[in-house]
Design a protein around this ligand. Structure first.
Ligand code: DC
Length: 218
């Protein structure tokens, strides 16, 4: 087993930003599991599956072959052999990922991919159920969160910086709805592992959060 750092937390808590920095500093691989769920979600959306179609999720996720590779240290998600990194960051894909990731067949599609990576390499892996379910023996577990207001503001600033028009209240409502769905689903809900370190990043800088996590790894 590699040295495994598991970072879980709600949408917009800064997991991927922090996990990338921690991985870089430790010389580990960064594994973004949300991107894998997004790739399956993209496939489902392209097939015209509705957000509440559990049978459709179970049936069509079997046609979605998700793998990852690294190009210049960046994780590239491959869906049926095609690089889909450019298509998985939309709100529509995020919402479909949140809905379809509650389906046990969808989760099963990605379980061994995630576990095998952690077995083979030293990884910083982020997601919702990494510390609780995917890597219960991870050497370091972090539960990273921030208030819904702070997370919505970060997302709003990110979208505005990209020149996208957006509404702060709508973003906040979406975040709260996604928290609800990710935390209350029957299978692998978002939950702090008993042995995870809790970090609330609402009033912390990125550097402070990174350093706090590195300190747990030394
Ligand atoms: O972290 P993200 O926003 O890219 O994740 C998209 C969705 O995927 C999220 O709403 C919940 C789901 N997800 C999950 O269920 N388990 C994971 N380990 C990672 C993401």
């Amino acid at each position: 087993m590699g040295f495994n750092v598991a970072i879980d937390g709600p949408a917009g808590a800064g997991k991927s930003t922090i996990a990338k920095l921690v991985a870089k500093e430790l010389g580990f691989i960064y594994v973004d599991t949300g991107a894998m769920y997004r790739a399956i979600a993209l496939y489902l959306l392209n097939k015209g599956i509705a957000l509440d179609d559990q049978e459709g999720f179970a049936k069509y996720c079997k046609e979605a072959d998700v793998t990852i590779k690294y190009i210049d240290g960046i994780q590239v998600v491959m869906l049926n052999g095609e690089n889909v990194n450019a298509f998985i960051r939309t709100e529509a894909v995020g919402n479909m990922a949140s809905a379809s990731s509650a389906n046990p067949e969808v989760r099963n599609r990605l379980l061994s991919l995630q576990r095998n990576l952690a077995e083979e390499f030293d990884v910083v892996m982020d997601g919702r159920d990494i510390g609780t379910n995917i890597l219960p023996n991870a050497q370091v577990k972090i539960f990273l969160t921030a208030s819904a207001d702070v997370r919505a503001k970060r997302r709003y600033d990110e979208l505005t910086a990209k020149g996208e028009e957006c509404d702060y209240e709508k973003i906040k409502a979406d975040i709260i709805e996604r928290d609800e769905r990710d935390s209350n689903r029957a299978v692998a809900p978002l939950k702090q592992a008993d042995d995870a370190h809790f970090i609330d990043s609402s009033d912390m800088t990125i550097e402070e959060v990174k350093n706090a996590i590195i300190a747990f790894c030394r």
